[in-house]
Write a protein that binds this ligand. Structure first.
Ligand code: CTP
Length: 402
């Protein structure tokens, strides 16, 4: 899955011959599931048609400050909408306007309104490109925080050969993709997630377990990887599969196995998320042969399993430790108690008082409980969305503590 999925990209086309390649750029970005809007300078309409660009982007293309019937084309809204703006091709004229802040068309007004990262892909003849004014203007753009995708070398429209061609659309798309990759909220972070139930063996064919499906933990693992983290998933017995090769999956059965697997990986992690429903008790004795039904009654003596989260809390140092709590009454109070007793940084509280929350469901309704911030409650959401909320919250808090 590309990092460009659902990213809002505003392409501004200016009047150079390379504009004829911009439909390919739109197609590249759309193929990677980006949400693309196109604006264009009136002069660039000579080089590429709005119909082509709007067909490929699936959205109207704008070039005037007003629509028919005197309606304003809101450049401020467009500038603020974008996660990233790319001006391609960038002509010498628009380059100079950008360097000076000179605003005489929709592209420039939108550029000046944009708060997102702005990329430019210059395209001009080789002598124009090398001219000190051009190079000075490019330098000024960089100083102003813009990103320049240098022109490529090759045959130019003039017939001359040299540097000045707009970089190829697939390379521009790759530049943009790499930029988002580097700036992902959890880039470079190591995250371990536990998921699913644990099974505590009674004899070779029987166990004590619970109904946890593992969905919540699996969604967190998948989303954390998408947000740039290096993810280890320690999974109890579950039928779920994960098709992301970048996630390291360790399968375990019992609570003791889960503790050992997590302990072994603990030191390298930045964040540990205990989404597993660990069995609190296990049979004291595990029979090596199947127990026969000889008596009318039987009992199994249980001993307490280690509380993995609590154990990790005793040696957490600067790691960010997240636990889950499933509560039926006095939910907030109990969650706060668990936060402190287990020395965690955050408890994701599921209250069974809330409809749609809990085991086996596709949805969850959670509240984040931390030490220093007021409890934050979310509406009922899909588990994938809840995973994203949890990870965004963690990313913000890691940044604060950095
Ligand atoms: N947990 C753990 N090891 C255990 C039990 C739970 O690491 N042996 C973790 C779970 O993964 C979860 C959190 O602790 O993150 C849940 O805390 P817990 O006190 O077990 O909550 P409940 O299961 O709701 O327990 P209780 O019945 O005591 O309320």
């Amino acid at each position: 899955m590309s990092v460009l999925k659902n990213k809002k990209i505003l392409l501004a086309v200016t009047a150079g011959i390379a504009a004829y390649k911009t439909p390919l750029l739109v197609r590249e970005l759309v193929k990677k599931n980006a949400d693309v809007r196109v604006i264009i300078t009136p002069e660039a309409l000579e080089f590429v048609t709005p119909l082509t660009l709007s067909t490929l982007s699936g959205k109207p293309v704008e070039w005037e400050f007003t629509k028919e019937k005197g309606q304003w084309n809101n450049h401020v809204e467009m500038g603020l909408w974008a996660d990233l703006m790319i001006i391609a091709p960038l002509t010498a004229r628009t380059l100079s306007a950008m360097a000076d802040g000179y605003c005489d068309n929709l592209v420039m007004a939108t550029y000046l309104s944009a708060k997102c990262p702005v990329f430019v892909a210059p395209a001009m003849d080789l002598d124009m490109y090398q001219h000190p004014s051009t190079q000075n203007n490019l330098q000024k753009l960089i100083e102003n925080g813009n990103h320049v995708i240098p022109a490529a070398s090759g045959e130019l429209a003039s017939g001359l050969i040299g540097q000045g061609r707009m970089e190829e659309p697939e390379n521009i798309a790759q530049f943009i993709e790499e930029f988002f990759q580097k700036n992902q909220p959890l880039q470079g972070k190591k995250i371990l997630v536990s998921a699913g139930p644990t099974y505590e063996p009674i004899d070779p064919v029987r166990f004590i377990g619970n109904h946890s499906s593992g969905k919540m933990g699996f969604e967190i693992a998948k989303k954390a990887e998408e947000m740039g983290a290096e993810v280890t998933l320690v999974a109890g017995p579950t039928s779920l599969s994960i098709d992301n090769q970048k996630i390291t999956r360790i399968d375990v059965v019992s609570a003791l196995e889960m503790k050992d697997a997590i302990d072994e990986k603990f030191d390298q992690q930045d964040v540990i998320i205990m989404a597993a429903a660990v069995a609190d008790y296990r049979p004291k004795e595990v029979f090596d042969k199947k127990i026969k039904k000889k008596t009318d009654e039987m009992s199994i003596e249980l001993v307490k399993n280690p509380d993995i989260l609590k154990y990790l809390g005793t040696k957490k140092s600067d790691k960010f430790l997240v636990g889950f709590a499933l509560e039926t009454n006095n939910a907030l109070e109990h969650a706060k108690g668990k936060l402190l007793s287990k020395n965690a940084d955050m408890i994701v509280l599921n209250s069974l008082e809330d409809e749609g929350a809990g085991f086996g469901k596709e949805t969850n309704k959670v509240t984040f409980v931390t030490r220093d911030q007021p409890a934050q409650s979310f509406p009922l959401k899909s588990k994938a969305e809840v995973a994203e909320d949890i990870l965004n919250f963690i990313a913000q808090n890691l940044k604060k503590n950095a």
